[in-house]
Design a protein around this ligand. Structure first.
Ligand code: SF4
Ligand SMILES: [Zn+2]
Length: 348
């Protein structure tokens, strides 16, 4: 059975909860380093009809597909979702912020967001004096010269950034561990079109997808950062966690997967930032310390996660040396030993 078929069978057993179509799937606030400037950020996940790739199986670690709508929200519903999030900007009295748009799919896929609504959303954000930049996530196959120009036509010169869940520069790992359905060449093509139009590029990488040892996963990300650096201004490294209704969850339940150690990402950031001082590198360790999340020991996970967030905002490599713990010795042992366990976790 193919990996995609296995993922699809797991998906078909999940129930998607329905939600009023005029409510976003989620939105939240935080801070981010916007090419050298620390700004407030509102992240909004639009509730759309969902990722076409995820609906036919899709990525092995992705539970975001269950945030999608049970139907197809109308154009006015999508605009109402934006209004609900912007009300909170008002309530929080934010004066300078960046807005990140996600859809649990692709902002540029017209089956999720029509061309007209896409422009209405961007125009509304660009016309808002408080908003200094917009980021939108998409799969690379939807990036065309026409779509880029169409987006920019309403941006009033404000910076626009496309973000891609590239995960790795290795086509083999992206295909056989993640089942992503696009290649590094697709990403490079999209980044080049974006660059020609003056649109920034952010690449999301994924530390430790299935079937890689801790050491292989680290090496893969370090190589991927080198490969991606010529095409992206920002690289954000997601740490694979165990989401409900995913192939990764099945492996984890069978004790065949452990999320990455936080020491691994600390080391990756230190090495990569030294090599690429002008590249914005970040990592938000979602679920850090939880049994389904990336973690060290119980004592230090929370502090190391805070340290990673601090580095992501400041880009100051010295912040990565502010926390230490004895469990680092255990992590070093795991790096030596898990090559001989064929990917099965040693410690759980
Ligand atoms: S990770 Fe992205 S491309 Fe993959 S199934 Fe999820 S939403 Fe779709
Ligand atoms: Zn520890």
């Amino acid at each position: 059975m193919s990996l995609n078929q296995t993922v699809l069978e797991i998906r078909e057993r999940q129930r998607i909860k329905s939600k009023p179509y005029d409510e976003p799937a989620a939105f939240w606030f935080g801070k981010d380093n916007l090419r050298g400037d620390v700004v407030d950020v509102m992240t909004i996940i639009f509730q759309t009809s969902g990722c076409y790739w995820g609906k036919q199986g899709g990525c092995t670690m992705c539970g975001y597909v269950y945030d999608s709508s049970t139907g197809t929200p109308a154009d006015d519903d999508l605009m109402a979702q934006l209004d609900k999030a912007l009300e909170q900007v008002e309530r929080r009295k934010l004066e300078k912020l960046m807005v990140k748009i996600f859809t649990s799919g692709s902002f540029l896929d017209e089956r999720e967001i029509s061309k007209d609504v896409r422009k209405r959303i961007l125009k509304k954000l660009a016309d808002d004096e408080r908003i200094v930049a917009v980021l939108a996530e998409t799969r690379p196959e939807f990036v065309t010269d026409e779509a880029a120009k169409d987006c920019l036509s309403v941006m009033n010169g404000k910076p626009l950034e496309y973000a891609y869940g590239l995960e790795t520069s290795s086509d083999r790992i992206r295909k056989e561990s993640i089942n992503k359905g696009f290649s590094f060449a697709h990403f490079k093509r999209a980044a080049e079109i974006a660059k020609q139009n003056g649109i920034f590029t952010k690449a999301y990488l994924m530390l430790k997808p299935p079937f890689l040892t801790e050491r292989e996963a680290m090496e893969d990300i370090l190589k991927s950062i080198n490969d991606v650096a010529p095409y992206a201004e920002t690289v954000s490294i997601n740490l694979c966690n165990v989401q409900n209704g995913t192939f990764v969850e099945k492996l984890w339940e069978n004790k065949e997967f452990r999320p990455p150690w936080l020491w691994s990402i600390v080391n990756i950031l230190r090495e990569a930032k030294t090599k690429h001082p002008d590249l914005y590198l970040m990592s938000d360790p979602v679920g850090a310390g939880a049994k389904r999340g990336p973690r060290n020991c119980k004592t230090c996970s929370r502090d190391v996660a805070d340290m990673l967030r601090e580095f992501s905002i400041t880009q100051d490599i010295k912040t990565l040396d502010t926390v230490d713990c004895d469990c680092k010795l255990l992590w070093e042992k795991e790096l030596l030993l898990d090559d001989v366990t064929f990917g099965s976790p040693i410690l759980e």
